[in-house]
Design a protein around this ligand. Structure first.
Ligand code: HEM
Ligand SMILES: *[C@@H]1O[C@H](CO)[C@@H](O)[C@H](O)[C@H]1NC(C)=O
Ligand SMILES: *[C@@H]1O[C@H](CO)[C@@H](O)[C@H](O)[C@H]1NC(C)=O
Ligand SMILES: *[C@@H]1O[C@H](CO)[C@@H](O)[C@H](O)[C@H]1NC(C)=O
Ligand SMILES: *[C@@H]1O[C@H](CO)[C@@H](O)[C@H](O)[C@H]1NC(C)=O
Ligand SMILES: *[C@@H]1O[C@H](CO)[C@@H](O)[C@H](O)[C@H]1NC(C)=O
Length: 316
């Protein structure tokens, strides 16, 4: 990528200057688990080699973790008889995936450095590694998050944005976790990879006018007004497993898959940012790396708060 080097330098400088304020640090495991990053990277590579989609799924897990009481691994906890997990909240149930890949990587880390690397940090690292493997930008992941002992299903229902949201709802949803309008437009670019179910875009492709009509007809055949709820289609119809700026190009062409996607280019104040990123992939990459770091900083548990889970699916 032409935008690689200078950009990396800028991020390093940015990382150094932010370190003064933040509690997380890229070097958090350098003495306690020096191979942590390479173990995770290897695991993500193997997982994506095994199933191309899983990198998209784990990127989304980090997002759904961070938006619900901060990046604390809460999304990874399983339901039990007396515990209502976030996994089965409406936005995640039959939708969030990639948990086995996380388990596999956690097991490798436990073998190398027992009880050291948190599940919340694993999500942050694998999200970055997946983006890189798909051809996107890199950044230094800040580390030192600890894991929650609980999850909150109603918070997951309340705080994870929905595909039916319009621009003001989306803006509010990001503001609720301290992220800006620009973060919202930039992080939505995560939809340059991965798939969505018919049930999440049916009303957009059948009932909306802010969609290219040929594109809508093509989608309607695959996702009719009823049935086929679980049919999967790419969020970026051009390159579903390449991290690039085609998501924004699609929006400009009115070929966004979700209603919430196309809201970012619908004659309102997000349009100019979308146009910028559609024309300049480097600009998108730089902004994405910055916003991912900001998302990863949402309310981490640090110090003696929370715990380092031994199994990401249950509290110790
Ligand atoms: C802006 C608000 C957002 C909304 C309303 C939204 C909504 C959705 C929906 C409805 C799906 C399809 C789920 C399914 O059919 O099972 C999806 C998938 C996905 N989302 Fe988002 N999302 C948003 C933001 C983000 C962000 C910030 C990221 C990451 C930076 C992200 C990453 C993904 C990925 C990678 C997938 C595909 C997952 C896979 O293939 O398993 N999304 N999103
Ligand atoms: C999750 O989905 C399953 C299978 O569709 C369903 O049986 C279950 O009731 C759902 N859970 C919640 C909490 O909605
Ligand atoms: C769970 O989240 C809901 C919605 O944000 C909140 O009202 C409730 O107090 C939370 N429950 C716990 C136990 O934190
Ligand atoms: C967004 O939707 C809400 C209703 O859910 C509506 O009150 C509001 O006016 C809409 N905003 C825009 C910008 O369309
Ligand atoms: C969407 O935003 C409107 C205000 O613009 C608000 O009245 C409505 O409750 C929001 N809907 C959701 C689901 O957040
Ligand atoms: C389209 O909108 C109409 C009227 O609001 C509604 O009855 C219908 O169920 C919608 N169709 C889809 C596929 O969402």
């Amino acid at each position: 990528m032409a935008c690689g080097k200078l950009y990396f330098l800028i991020l390093v400088i940015l990382g150094l200057s932010l370190k003064v304020y933040g509690k997380l640090s890229p070097n958090f495991y350098s003495s306690t688990c020096p191979n942590a990053l390479s173990i995770v990277e290897k695991g993500v590579k193997a997982a994506i080699k095994n199933e191309a989609r899983v990198g998209a799924s784990i990127l989304r897990l980090h997002f759904h973790d961070c938006f619900v009481n901060g990046c604390d691994g809460s999304i990874l906890l399983d339901d039990t008889a007396n515990f209502r997990s976030e996994k089965t909240a409406a936005p995640n149930n039959n939708s969030a995936r990639g948990f086995e890949a996380v388990d596999h990587i956690k097991a490798k880390l436990e073998k190398a450095c027992p009880g050291v690397v948190s599940c919340a940090d694993i999500l942050a690292i694998i999200a970055r590694d997946a983006v890189v493997i798909y051809g996107g930008p890199t950044w230094k992941v800040k580390l030192g998050r600890r894991d929650s002992r609980t999850a909150n299903r109603s918070a997951a229902n309340a705080f994870i944005p929905q595909p039916s949201f319009n621009l003001s709802n989306l803006t509010q949803s990001f503001a609720n976790v301290g992220l800006s309008f620009k973060d919202m437009v930039v992080l939505s670019g995560g939809h340059t990879v991965g798939l969505a179910r018919c049930t999440t875009f049916r009303s957009h492709i059948h009932n909306n006018t802010n969609i290219n009509s040929g594109f809508a007809k093509y989608l309607q055949r695959k996702c009719p007004t009823s049935g086929n709820d679980n049919v999967l289609l790419p969020l970026d119809y051009q390159t579903k497993y390449t991290f690039d700026d085609k998501y924004y190009k699609n929006l400009v062409a009115k070929k966004g898959l979700l209603h919430s996607d196309q809201e970012l280019y619908n004659g309102n104040k997000a349009d100019s940012l979308v146009q910028d990123y559609a024309m300049d992939q480097c600009k998108f990459f730089k902004a994405f790396a910055k916003s991912m770091i900001r998302m990863g900083n949402i309310k981490p548990l640090t110090g003696s708060n929370g715990e380092i889970r031994l199994n990401c699916r249950k509290p110790n």
